[in-house]
Ligand binder design. Structure first.
Ligand SMILES: [Zn+2]
Length: 301
């Protein structure tokens, strides 16, 4: 049957058997027959069935310079962390000549040693369930340290920043006295599963973090093969050279040394990352694109 979300008015289909639904657009959980929001405010995301160790090594095997046999690395330990996250729906509007609008869904990590790892993380909107007390015994469970109010202030700041930068892009920057309308709705506390996987390769220990709901690799370290290291530094040197050529050409065009300087600086910036990766034996990768302020999923016209 088709139902309508009481928060954002979106219409979507749910199986006829369910009585409680979560809006796929804004995350509001409500009783479909009354339209009332669900009272319980504590949720969790059910962990995936896949083995996080296998998922991590398979992802790493596809990375640049990873050893061919990394999938047979030894998994030393897999820890499941239940990270508390405050979920919000935010909607802001700024009016001047035209209307600038921002709508997003955001999760603010509220505690655990993994909170900073998950700052700006694009959490899924769908799939949360009412909290189950038996989870506390499975894995490491953390109580939230950041209050709902403190988290809400962060969301408000992100909303204001998003509106501000969009207004600037549209060439209608904020002025004092300009009014901003906004609505920030609390969607509940969610305990989110993250796996920390420790593995051993060639006698050295490495670690990686895997999203426990869908297996995305949030951040992981792997050994970089020496051949790849050499290639990486050559590529870095090549970029530096190209930047110099560009700089010389630009200097000729503008008749000053500024172009040359610019070329060197841009080449330096471009090759710096590669040089760093070129000299260390470890490389860090992520499968996730972290957002600056919230996870923007749609913009009403
Ligand atoms: Zn909704």
């Amino acid at each position: 049957m088709e139902v309508q979300c009481p928060t954002c008015s979106a219409k979507f289909k749910v199986p006829d058997t369910v009585t409680v639904a979560t809006c796929p657009y804004c995350g509001t959980t409500f009783h479909i027959h009354t339209g009332e929001e669900a009272k319980e405010e504590h949720y969790f995301f059910p962990p995936m069935k896949k083995d996080p160790g296998g998922v991590l090594l398979k992802f790493l095997s596809r990375q640049y310079g990873a050893p061919a046999d990394i999938t047979s690395a030894k998994i030393l330990e897999k820890e499941l962390h239940w990270v508390p996250v405050h979920f919000f729906y935010a909607h802001g509007r700024y009016r001047r000549w035209t209307t600038i609008e921002e709508v997003f869904f955001e999760g603010i990590p509220a505690g655990s040693p993994l909170a900073s790892l998950l700052a700006g993380y694009p959490f899924p909107i769908r799939g949360k369930r009412f909290f189950d007390q038996s989870l506390v015994g499975r894995g490491r469970y953390y109580e939230p340290k950041l209050s709902k109010e403190e988290a809400e202030r962060e969301v408000y700041d992100h909303l204001l920043n998003a509106l501000r930068s969009e207004a600037l892009e549209e060439d209608k920057p904020f002025e004092s006295g300009d009014e901003v309308e906004y609505e920030i709705k609390y969607q509940g506390l969610v305990h989110y599963p993250i796996w920390k996987v420790h593995y051993e390769y060639a006698g050295e220990n490495f670690a990686g973090y895997v999203d426990g709901t869908d297996g995305r690799v949030i951040k992981a370290e792997y050994p970089l093969m020496s051949g790849a290291r050499k290639k990486a530094s050559l590529l870095g040197a090549g970029l530096l050279g190209a930047g110099l050529v560009f700089g010389v050409v630009a200097a000729g065009m503008y008749g000053s040394a500024w172009g040359l300087l610019g070329g060197i600086i841009s080449a330096g910036a471009g090759s710096y990352g590669i040089f760093r990766k070129g000299v260390v034996k470890r490389r860090t990768v992520s499968e996730v694109r972290f957002g600056g302020g919230g996870n923007i999923y749609f913009k009403p016209l």
